[in-house]
Design a protein around this ligand. Structure first.
Ligand code: ADP
Length: 538
């Protein structure tokens, strides 16, 4: 430091080499002596080093040259005016620009004093403020974090509000669904109670989940307070005699997941007995069995009426047979008389033929109405029986211009009731001829394979529609065309035929197509089961 020639007395830095000067230059703070216009009159080594410049380079330059624009403005407006007004300023934060452009953050304080010659100088002290800035930065950082946290909290609050609104909306929807499901439940309950069938829903353990009023009232009338699903109660089969095993009772079958239709069972006894026709369907929830719905129709009256009808038919047929047999006997006797006038003989023959038809009809009625009939099976030549059947239908076939084709072996022995089997052959052949009103061909085949003996009667007649085929084994059923074209018959032949075949342990099957013809096949297994009786037609 020179200071020489400045003549500044007590305010002047001490002469070079003095302890004061050493202290001045080596102080940890920066020091400047400025003229009133900011010209640097003196600067210590420390500050010069901060800026990366030499003291000599700094002397004579303006202090504001060391500051960025913003700080220059603040220095001019704050520090300079404070010095002018109060002679000092404190802790102005500023930056000094180093030679390579790096800012050096500092805190500046200054005092103004007058030289002995009356010129004023400003003494400025600069303290490095890097730490303080860092601290401020941290503060700002912390402030930002706090602001961010506050923003996050506000966002979370907003989200919470949204969620709460969503919950409120869900709650509203749930309430609405609840109301709707209650309405549905009420509707379902009304429908269940209004329908004319009993309905029962059981879980896989057979416990009742739901039942309707119709079922309950019918059931209570017959069975009192016993639950319909209770095990161990006596359930009778369609014949009203055979006890149905627990596992085969409708409720247990349904609980086991079985799907079935039309199981006829009887409950109760005497005037309280109840015939129920039961169907069941399993309930699947997401693919697994979760219970079953059972529908019960009360068919007690219907079954009783049917039984009464059968009884009536049986007794009327029985009553008719006796006088009819007597009439036929007397007609035979009369026809045996010699020398009858031809017209009388022909009239008697007509009467006898019609009586025979009537007797056949009465026998058919009896056969389906009177229940089990004993079979008399023995080894017989079935080929012979079939040939006889073909022969007896020949006149009718000729009259209807139907060609009969036989494919029958010379002999084929089977364990059959000969009379009953003749009836089967006659029924099938006479149907085939009857229902070929425009002529055609009827083919009869008889053969045997490893399992069974087969008899097939095939015609090229009117055939049957699908709806007719479904009813063909129903008593008294006759197709509309059969009735319309006045083909004689009462709709019992096939019922009887089927019963006889089944009583032999065999099967009667058919295929038919309208306008093309039909084909009926009887198959009698060689090791025929001992189904000895013809059961009453269902
Ligand atoms: P019926 O011949 O006395 O009427 P069936 O029990 O033998 O009684 O036959 C029942 C009904 O089945 C007949 O009325 C007829 O409509 C139909 N049917 C039976 N066989 C044949 C056949 N071969 N072709 C066409 N329809 C047939």
């Amino acid at each position: 430091m020179t200071g020489a020639g400045t003549g500044r007395g007590a305010n002047q830095p001490q002469p070079h080499g003095s302890a004061y000067e050493e202290h001045f230059h080596a102080a940890p703070s920066g020091h400047l002596v400025l003229a009133a216009d900011g010209t640097i009159l003196e600067v210590n080594q420390t500050l010069a080093a901060w800026t990366g410049r030499s003291r000599e380079a700094l002397l004579g330059s303006n202090v504001t040259d060391l500051m960025p624009v913003g700080d220059r403005v603040v220095f001019a407006s704050y520090a300079v005016s404070q010095l002018a007004v109060s002679g000092c300023f404190n802790e102005m934060a500023a930056e000094l620009l180093s030679v390579n452009g790096e800012p050096v953050p500092v805190l500046l304080s200054g005092v103004r004093s007058e030289d002995s010659d009356g010129t004023s100088v400003d003494r400025i002290a600069a303290f490095k403020a890097a730490k303080r800035t860092l601290y401020e930065r941290e503060l700002v950082e912390a402030l930002r974090k706090a602001e961010a946290a506050e923003a996050a909290r506000a966002a979370a609050e907003e989200e919470l509000r949204h969620k709460q609104a969503a919950i409120v909306e869900k709650d509203r929807i749930l309430q609405a669904n609840l109301v709707e499901s209650r309405e549905r439940e009420a509707l379902l309950a009304s429908v269940l109670d209004a329908v004319d069938v009993g309905l029962l829903v059981v879980d896989p353990d057979g416990n009742t989940l739901l039942s309707n009023a119709h079922l309950l009232s019918n059931w209570r009338r017959a069975m009192g307070d016993i639950p319909i699903t209770a095990k161990g109660q006596s359930v009778l089969g369609p014949d009203r005699v055979t006890l149905v095993d627990d596992a085969d009772s409708p409720a247990q079958r349904a609980a086991a997941g079985e799907s079935f239709s039309d199981q006829l069972v009887w409950f109760g006894t005497g005037e309280h007995e109840l015939a129920l026709n039961v169907s069941a369907r399993p309930i699947k929830t997401e693919g697994s069995f979760s219970g079953s719905v059972l529908a019960f129709s009360d068919v007690t009256k219907l079954v009783r009426a049917k039984a009464a009808q059968d009884e009536f038919v049986a007794s009327v047929s029985h009553e008719l047979r006796t006088p009819l047999t007597s009439i036929m006997g007397y007609l035979d006797l009369a026809l045996d008389e010699d020398g009858l006038p031809p017209q009388v003989e022909s009239a008697l023959n007509v009467a006898l033929r019609n009586s025979e038809r009537l007797l056949a009809l009465v026998s058919d009625l009896l056969s389906v109405a009177s229940g089990a009939t004993k079979m008399d099976r023995r080894p017989m030549d079935l080929a012979e029986i079939v040939r006889a059947g073909v022969e007896s239908v020949e006149p009718k076939a000729d009259a209807g211009r139907v060609e009969l084709v036989s494919d029958i072996p010379a002999s084929l022995t089977a364990d059959v009731d000969p009379q009953r089997m003749s009836q089967v052959v006659d029924n099938l052949l006479s149907n085939a001829v009857k229902y070929s009103p425009d002529g055609g061909t009827v083919t009869v085949r008889l053969w045997q394979d490893a399992q069974a003996v087969h008899l097939r009667v095939e015609d090229t007649g009117i055939g049957m529609s699908i709806a007719e085929q479904e009813k063909v084994f129903t008593k008294f059923f006759r197709a509309r065309r059969a009735v319309a074209s006045a083909v004689p018959g009462v709709g019992l032949g096939l019922v009887i035929t089927k019963n006889i075949v089944e009583a032999h342990g065999g099967k009667l099957s058919f295929i038919s197509s309208p306008g093309q013809g039909s084909e009926f096949t009887v198959s009698l297994p060689l090791n025929a089961v001992n189904a000895e009786e013809i059961s009453p037609a269902r």
